[in-house]
Design a protein around this ligand. Structure first.
Ligand code: GAL
Length: 810
């Protein structure tokens, strides 16, 4: 039972509801076997879970889970086909019940008791002590309900949440359950409304910036009272830099607008993401009753049809990736460190922008983008009124679209990282003449809710979207997979600002190389259900990364691109829609574990300012494969020389006029002989600048563990991602070893997930053992709250030397 304390009488109390939830689920077919909202209920057979919670991620994987039978017009599939694994082949479908017992102290009488959900997947209904307090269908938007009237003060209360996850409701793995944070917020009846502040900056110069703060104070005092709002702005060092006070007589609701000046503003940028904070204090008849904090940034964004995007006046190409919300083996449940790791890996690659495809993310992800200096497109929908899947958002669109769109914008509008609002992705309305009306309707809502950022959408059927007026009805049309059309669109619409909202969709499996290494678009299914890491394969609508690089480089008016996708995600196995056991995507620049595929270095060589030199494939070919192997180098240098066992195979230079030679160096037919492939990069003076080697590995000898961080916080939340490699006696990775590895752990921590990045693996992510894939796998370790010391992780594989790593707790 959760006992609530009453530490503060006046300010608000925010109590995260994480531990101690009881959970059970049943199929949709069973008629109400559980009446989970009832106050008195035998919960003895229920599981104890911690929230955020994704009930489906532990599996088991099964081809019968959420099978879809439909066409995919977007992908040129006009007949109904059976999609296996489209949403990950995990048990997402069903009814889930969550219950939490809470003691609400008598001292809270007279205060407002509310519950805030960052997101529940999906169709949730919330009950307090048996009474329904509200429902919220869309799984990706945040909502809050008032529980006050149904609460028992000075006693036990039961908060119950029913979740109804329907079949065929998504094109990817949505997760299932209360997968984001929940909190109880106890506050004065007169308070800053949820997401009730809206802060904008204008007239920004080196000397000063004008800050407008709008604050929505909700009130329910019986008679008109004097409400005073004090807004204090703290600079990035936490020092008070501006203050305003306003007074109004209110009894129900008051809108305040305050204008403040910040001297010598420290701008938010990608290199220096400086954040200010507004502290709003509400006083009722002179007594402080509420306090609310809003982080924000001061920065300018501008978009130009000829000159592209500028941040704080400086030209910047958007080098972006699209991300779905799942965190690979951790599923959809929010894990802040896992999100941070993903963003760190993307930044390291030179990425500066994220498209939240195709739905609003967890608020923590936006906080991280603010803190790390990543630009964001926040996207609302993947469907409007015409569906792509049977139970998709189209069923909600008419009744909920405005509410969901406004919920996204009012929650997210103070994040400096957000540069555009996207009202949708590849909506089927592109083909309809009436599509422009819907586009104008949604664009109008966004302009009303936040006129400081442009509205965009991702168009795939670009000719239709132009002809039917959708493209003209947004501020900035985004093109999905159209690098070959950019020039034409620019010529016909010279005043349109444009970018690649979705690009490449190249597919690959980490460490897998199919021969011959030739362009494979549209990609042909292979017998191993994998995709080649020569990075030449894509579905019919996709391209190689190179083709998009070339367009973006040659056309300065293009704002940039958003690659589909930064990471592999659960579901949408393409091209293996029908083939079991494919159950996750092959589109990622990183695999599902977050281990880099070769493509990572291709993007890094093009996007970052780091020196990059990377060779592919591995050099462990055998038997019948011993023939001529194409060797490719991804590098930031213009020229490099390849050596096999000391003998030169010649120098290759990038060629500005053709691709892929413009971005890759390639030795087409290297006669295979075991040993050492060495590449030497030359700088502009033809001097050797950097070398890199790939060696033939001997027999597997040991298991090697490498933690991304060997020191983590002892807070029960922090994670260490430990990469497991099978290596030979000299420590060289055995790139084809698919060895079973089992794990055990000593000390105050736990193994939360394992994975190997193989899109066809059916091993549960909750197992204590997994096979390596292309020589590697991953184990994720979490600390236990409040326990000092260190965690030791052991990894065993048959007769190999055991691997071990130590993770200290702070
Ligand atoms: C796009 C779509 C994405 C994903 C991608 C795969 O058309 O917007 O959600 O399905 O194709 O290439």
């Amino acid at each position: 039972m959760k006992a609530m304390t009453n530490e503060e009488q006046n300010g608000r109390q925010i109590i995260p509801l994480k531990e101690g939830w009881k959970f059970t689920r049943h199929s949709l077919e069973e008629p109400e076997p559980v009446q989970g909202s009832r106050v008195h209920l035998d919960e003895s057979g229920w599981e104890t879970v911690r929230v955020p919670h994704d009930w489906a991620i532990a599996g088991p994987f099964h081809p019968d889970h959420d099978v879809h039978v439909n066409s995919v017009m977007e992908d040129g599939i006009h007949d109904n086909i059976t999609h296996v694994g489209r949403t990950g082949a995990l048990p997402i479908v069903g009814i889930g019940w969550y219950r939490l017992h809470i003691i609400i102290p008598e001292a809270w009488r007279g205060r407002l008791i509310t519950v805030e959900f960052d997101g529940v997947m999906s169709n949730s209904t919330v009950y307090m002590n048996g009474t329904e307090c509200g429902s919220w269908p869309y799984g990706y938007t945040s909502f809050t309900f008032d529980l006050t009237e149904h609460v028992t003060f000075g006693g036990e209360n039961v908060l119950a949440v029913q979740v109804c996850s329907l079949p065929s409701s998504s094109r990817w793995y949505p997760g299932a359950g209360i997968y984001r944070q929940v909190r109880l917020v106890v506050k004065s009846p007169v308070h800053v409304a949820p997401w009730g502040t809206y802060i904008t900056a204008s007239d920004i110069s080196e000397q000063c910036a004008s800050i407008r703060v709008r604050t929505n104070v909700a009130g329910s005092s019986d008679s008109a009272a004097k409400v005073e709002l004090i807004t204090q702005l703290l600079n990035p060092e936490g020092i008070l830099c501006a203050q305003a006070t306003s007074v109004q007589e209110v009894c129900a609701h008051a809108e305040f607008e305050q204008h403040l000046t910040v001297k010598r503003p420290a701008l938010w940028g990608t290199a220096h993401p400086r954040l200010y904070k507004a502290v709003s204090t509400v006083l009722l008849d002179g007594v402080e009753v509420d306090q609310y904090e809003t982080p924000f940034g001061i920065r300018t964004i501008s978009f130009d049809a000829k000159e592209g995007f500028r941040l704080n006046g400086e030209y910047m190409k958007l080098k972006g990736v699209c991300l779905h919300h799942d965190l690979g083996p951790l599923g959809a449940a929010v894990h802040v460190r896992a999100m941070e790791r993903q963003l760190e890996l993307m930044k390291e690659m030179g990425c500066n922008a994220i498209r939240m495809s195709h739905n609003p993310p967890a608020p923590e992800l936006l906080d991280l983008c603010d803190a790390m200096g990543l630009l964001v497109i926040d996207e609302a929908f993947d469907e409007w009124g015409v569906g792509k899947v049977e139970n998709g958002y189209h069923r909600l669109f008419k009744d909920w679209a405005e509410q969901d769109l406004r919920a996204m914008i009012s929650r997210d509008r103070n994040h400096p990282s957000i540069i555009m609002w996207s009202i949708g992705n590849e909506m089927r309305e592109q083909r309809l003449e009436s599509g422009a009306i819907t586009t104008a309707f949604l664009t109008g809502i966004v302009h009303d809710a936040d006129p400081t950022r442009p509205v965009t959408a991702g168009f795939s059927m670009s000719d239709d979207a132009i002809e039917n007026g959708l493209a003209a009805a947004v501020d900035i049309p985004g093109w999905n997979y159209k690098p070959h059309r950019y020039e034409e669109y620019h010529l016909h619409h010279p005043d349109w600002i444009m970018y690649g909202s979705e690009t490449a969709s190249t597919v690959s499996s980490r460490g897998v190389y199919h021969l011959p290494a030739v362009e494979d678009i549209p990609v042909e299914p292979k017998s191993d259900l994998q995709a080649s890491s020569y990075d030449l394969s894509a579905p019919p609508w996709g391209t190689t990364p190179d083709q998009e690089f070339m367009a973006q480089e040659d056309l300065p008016y293009m704002l940039g691109e958003f690659v589909w996708t930064g990471f592999d995600y659960l579901g949408e196995p393409t091209p293996y829609r029908k083939e079991w056991p494919s159950r996750s995507s092959y589109f990622g620049i990183m695999d599902l574990c977050g281990l880099p595929k070769d493509r990572y270095y291709l993007y890094q060589s093009q996007w970052s300012s780091k020196p990059v030199l990377h060779l592919l494939p591995h050099w462990n070919w055998e038997g019948h494969e011993c023939r001529e192997i194409p060797v490719v180098c991804y590098t930031s240098y213009q020229a490099a020389e390849l050596f096999l066992n000391g003998a030169s195979l010649g120098i290759r230079r990038k060629s500005a006029s053709s691709q892929p030679e413009r971005y890759r160096l390639r030795w087409n037919a290297v006669p295979y002989e075991p040993g050492c492939l060495r590449v030497v990069a030359y700088d502009e003076n033809e001097a050797p600048a950097m070398t890199h080697e790939v060696r033939t590995a001997g027999a597997p000898a040991s298991v090697q563990l490498e933690a991304d961080r060997n020191v983590i916080r002892a807070d029960g939340e922090d994670l260490s991602f430990v990469t497991v490699s099978i290596v030979d006696e000299q420590g060289i990775l055995c790139p084809r070893a698919n060895h079973p590895v089992s794990f055990c752990l000593e000390g105050p921590g736990e193994i939360v997930a394992v994975d190997n990045g193989d899109p066809t693996s059916t091993t549960s992510f909750s197992a204590m053992s997994i096979s390596t894939f292309s020589g590697k796998c991953l184990v994720i370790v979490r600390s236990r709250a409040g326990e000092a010391g260190s965690i030791v992780v052991y990894a065993n594989s048959n007769l190999l030397h055991m691997g071990k790593t130590v993770i200290s707790l702070l």
